[in-house]
Design a protein around this ligand. Structure first.
Ligand code: HQG
Length: 188
């Protein structure tokens, strides 16, 4: 994987915006599972197939998935992170999570999370990380002052909570009630 250039990063962010949050801003409609024809996305954003492929292949979190259908057409979607305002269902099967997962967030959110648990807010799911470094990186997107929670996923599974694993390795669930959360570290 090569690092994206500044121009490619900008285009990648635009693709994320279109595929996760505002398809209509590019004149696109996602299908029920969040896919659009690659040809339509290229036309809408003025990209060549080679430009898109470079971004898909080198995206730091493999955010986009491309799949070929039986009729030979290629379709693309964001693997996770959609806004609730975009009415799609990723249609991922339930998956068995590791016994512990992590969630990184600005430390300013910690008190409210301890009280109310983790909520998906504007997205379809709560997003959980497989390890501490990943959770720290997620929290640092928004603040240098990060809190990381450890989630007792084993107890959640026992209680009937359902988990999904996105194509790019992010664990998804509906909510995490406060009883399954413990503050792992703050201000790392
Ligand atoms: C917080 C990135 C206070 C939550 C990442 C988070 C991820 C609460 C924020 C993906 C709360 C929502 C998603 C409560 C939740 N009180 N704050 N009760 N419940 N929050 O961006 O997990 O780079 O929707 O802690 O890697 O930060 O975009 O979720 O801080 O996978 O591909 O509310 O986005 O991927 O923020 O990030 P987000 P997230 P990409």
């Amino acid at each position: 994987m090569n690092a994206l250039s500044r121009e490619q990063t900008k285009t990648s962010r635009r693709i994320s915006m279109v595929l996760r949050h505002r398809p209509e801003s590019a004149g696109l409609t996602l299908d029920a599972n969040g896919w659009v024809p690659v040809a339509d996305l290229l036309a809408a954003l003025g990209l060549t197939r080679a430009q898109l492929d470079a971004i898909v292949e080198n995206n730091d979190k493999s955010r986009f998935a491309v799949a070929r259908r039986d009729d030979g057409t290629d379709w693309i979607r964001a693997s996770q992170g959609h806004s609730r305002r975009v009415a799609i269902d990723l249609d991922l099967p339930p998956a068995d999570p590791p016994a512990i997962l992590y969630h990184g967030t600005p430390a300013a959110n910690a008190e409210s999370i301890r009280r109310d648990g983790l909520r998906p807010r504007s997205r379809h799911h709560v997003h959980l990380s497989k390890d501490l470094p990943t959770a720290l990186a997620v929290g640092r997107r928004r603040s240098s002052d990060v809190a990381v929670f450890e989630i007792d996923t084993a107890a959640m599974v026992t209680a009937g909570h359902v988990f999904h694993l996105s194509d790019n390795g992010v664990w998804l669930t509906s909510t995490v009630p406060p009883g399954y959360l413990s503050l792992k570290r703050t201000n790392p």
